[in-house]
Ligand binder design. Structure first.
Ligand SMILES: NC(=O)c1ccc[n+]([C@@H]2O[C@H](COP(=O)([O-])OP(=O)(O)OC[C@H]3O[C@@H](n4cnc5c(N)ncnc54)[C@H](OP(=O)(O)O)[C@@H]3O)[C@@H](O)[C@H]2O)c1
Length: 263
């Protein structure tokens, strides 16, 4: 039973570790006594409202007590994690760090790489994951259940998919924020009151995303439909398309993908 598994999060006071821990508790599927976290700096504030969650400063003690070890430190801190997790199911949230590197560092072949994004704290993350061949069906079910507490979890067939999605969904609010900023700057330059500009931009982005989220809605068809409508939006869309918006986005994603592969 998933609820019986003890989950240990190394780096559980950090942004992603805390988001996952909170999402697990919030889902009602995990009891706080079944959650362990570790941190270099002690108990901290993260689980203030959940005193049953134990915080350790010894990563090996966490590994020894946990059935599932979630690794949620920054990639540059991986070398300092010196544990033997032989035989344990390990889920790494680290960007730019291969399955092989995690297996070697943690001493386990039962390794999953997963890529959260910042919306995990709202339980609206897209959370793809890739598993080593040593991860069996029961483990896969447990991983899917755990990660789905943060939003939409999805197993991907190849490790390269996870590197790619690190660049795309792993960026979380980054690309929407860039678009929002461009829209906002323009609205302000056009003399629109700050508060109204912000409200207009955010409601347009959120409302647009909700429309696109509906089943069967294809973004490309939506653009074509709006161009065919021949209204003011068509003029704006045509100008952005002719100006090379798609190419600029692709260049940015190529750069992020290269970085995600450690390049
Ligand atoms: N943030 C995002 O949007 C995002 C998106 C996709 C992927 N990720 C991945 O998620 C991972 C975590 O990122 P984050 O944003 O949550 O970073 P973060 O907020 O800096 O959290 C990392 C935590 O790791 C702890 N830590 C570091 N070394 C440790 C050690 N030796 N033992 C125990 N705890 C240790 C730190 O706490 P102490 O200082 O208290 O020890 C810190 O709170 C990263 O690998 C990143 O690539 C993050």
């Amino acid at each position: 039973m998933a609820q019986d598994a003890v989950i240990g999060i190394i780096g559980g006071q950090g942004w992603m570790g805390r988001s996952l821990g909170m999402a697990l508790l919030g889902s009602g599927e995990w009891r706080a006594e079944r959650l362990l976290i570790s941190s270099r700096t002690g108990q901290g504030e993260a689980f203030r409202d959940w005193p049953e969650v134990r915080c350790l400063n010894d990563n090996q003690a966490l590994v020894d007590r946990a059935d599932v070890v979630v690794l949620s430190v920054r990639p540059q801190d991986l070398d300092a994690i010196e544990v033997d997790a032989h035989g344990k199911l390990v889920i790494s949230l680290l960007a730019m760090t291969s399955l092989e590197a995690i297996a070697e560092r943690m001493g386990s072949r039962r390794v999953v790489r997963a890529m959260p994004n910042a919306a995990a704290e709202l339980r609206r993350a897209y959370f793809p994951w890739y598993a080593a061949s040593e991860v069996d069906d029961d483990d896969r079910w447990l991983v899917q259940t755990l990660l789905a507490s943060c939003g939409t979890a999805r197993e991907v067939p190849e490790e390269r998919d996870l590197d790619y999605l690190t660049a795309l969904s792993g960026a979380g609010p980054a690309y929407p924020a860039l678009l929002a900023q461009a829209l906002l700057t323009h609205a302000r330059q056009a003399g629109i009151d700050d508060e109204i500009a912000r409200e207009a931009v955010l409601e347009t982005l959120v409302g647009g995303a909700l429309l696109l989220e509906r089943e069967g809605v294809d973004p490309g068809e939506m653009v074509e439909r709006l161009i065919a409508y021949e209204g003011t939006t068509a003029k704006g869309l045509r100008s952005m398309i002719d100006g090379g918006l798609e190419q600029v986005v692709h260049r940015g994603l190529n750069e992020a993908y290269r970085a995600a592969r450690g390049g």
